[in-house]
Each structure stands twice: as C-alpha cells, then as structure tokens.
Design a protein around this ligand. Structure first.
Ligand code: HEC
Length: 159
C-alpha cells in the first residue's frame, strides 16, 4: 500500500512537471507548420494575386476567421500572439502602416499592393541570412488562400 502511494505521488509530480514545461511552448502556438483548411474561401488558382483579394467584399469575414487561426498556428511562435511581437521577429501589425495613412486612394492602393507582394514573397520563400534560416519558407505548406487570409488578419491588427 505504501509503495503504491509513493508511486501515485511520483506520477502526479511527473504529470504536473510535464504540464508546466509544455505550457509556455503551447502558449506560443504549434511549432510544426499547420495545414490550413481554406475550402470556405473563394479559390484563387495557381497564379499569385498582386494584392490581398479578401481585403473587402463577401469573403472578408471568413478570411479573418481562418487567417486568425492560421496566424496563431504558423506565425505566432516568432511574431507574437495576436501579432504583438515580443522582439524575436518584426511586428507585423506595422507592415503597411505607412500605406493606410495615405489620403490619395490611388497612391494608397499602389502602396498596399507593393507591401502585399513583399509580404507574399517573404512568407513563401522565408528568410535566410548567411546560411541561417531566420524564417522557414511556407511555399507548399500554406496555400495562396491561406497566405492572404493571414494578411487579412494582420490588416485587422493595425496599430
Ligand atoms: C521561426 C520563426 C518565424 C516564423 C515561424 C515566421 N517568421 Fe516571419 N520572420 C521571422 C524573422 C526572424 C524575420 C526577420 C528576418 C530578417 O530580419 O531578415 C521575419 C520576417 C517576416 C516578414 C518581413 C517583415 C519585415 O518587416 O521585414 C514577414 C512579412 C513575415 N515574417 C511574415 C510571417 C508570416 C505571415 C508567418 C507565418 C505564416 C511567419 N512570418 C512565420 C521569423 C519567423
């Protein structure tokens, strides 16, 4: 009986230690890239769009929902929960901050498109410096729909 008790105590100690050490990791999102179900969004085909097709219109709300979860699963561990950077990687809420401030509609559109292309290229190819991977490439992991859904989410997180 005594041994059994000691064993139980040991087991529960192990369990709480495991829960404790797993906590902070999970809090920053899953580590392996997660496939994202984008069937509910208008499909975009193989050719990449010059800008976020879900920024406005009917698909916006669904893109926001999917993008929020896709961001937290694939990007949050480096770029921060809810896009608030903890300093490891750039704060993505500021990505097109300069564009949003532009009054001229045409200039604003051109600016946003330029940032969108920079964004999509970075996400697809990742970032390597001096042979070290700073950010993994997401080509083949995230679909075009998922990449723009995440952009839609980031736009909703503007400062
Ligand atoms: C393993 C960590 C890591 C993950 C995961 C990650 N990134 Fe990054 N990302 C970085 C780092 C670090 C940089 C800055 C690289 C540099 O300075 O060259 C960066 C840069 C960027 C940039 C360019 C920002 C700028 O201002 O130059 C964008 C856009 C971006 N990431 C988007 C994303 C998105 C979207 C995801 C999820 C799909 C993601 N990243 C996942 C680490 C990560």
């Amino acid at each position: 009986m005594k041994t059994q008790h000691r064993l139980l105590a040991l087991l529960s100690l192990c369990a709480s230690l495991t829960a404790f050490s797993a906590g902070p990791v999970l809090a920053h999102g899953d580590v392996t890239p997660q496939a994202v179900d984008t069937k509910a969004l208008p499909q975009l085909g193989d050719e990449w769009r010059p800008d976020n097709p879900y920024r406005s219109g009917d698909a916006h709300k669904e893109a926001l929902r999917i993008g929020s979860s896709a961001y937290n699963q694939n990007c949050a561990r480096c770029h921060g929960l809810e896009a608030v950077s903890g300093g490891i990687a750039p704060d993505l809420r500021k990505l097109d901050g300069d564009c949003v401030a532009l009054a001229d509609a045409k200039k604003k559109q051109a600016c946003q498109s330029e940032i969108s292309q920079f964004y999509a290229t970075t996400v697809r190819k990742g970032r390597t410096r001096d042979g070290r991977v700073y950010m993994p490439p997401f080509d083949g992991v995230l679909s075009q729909e998922a990449v723009w859904a995440i952009k839609t989410y980031l736009e909703s997180r503007h400062e």
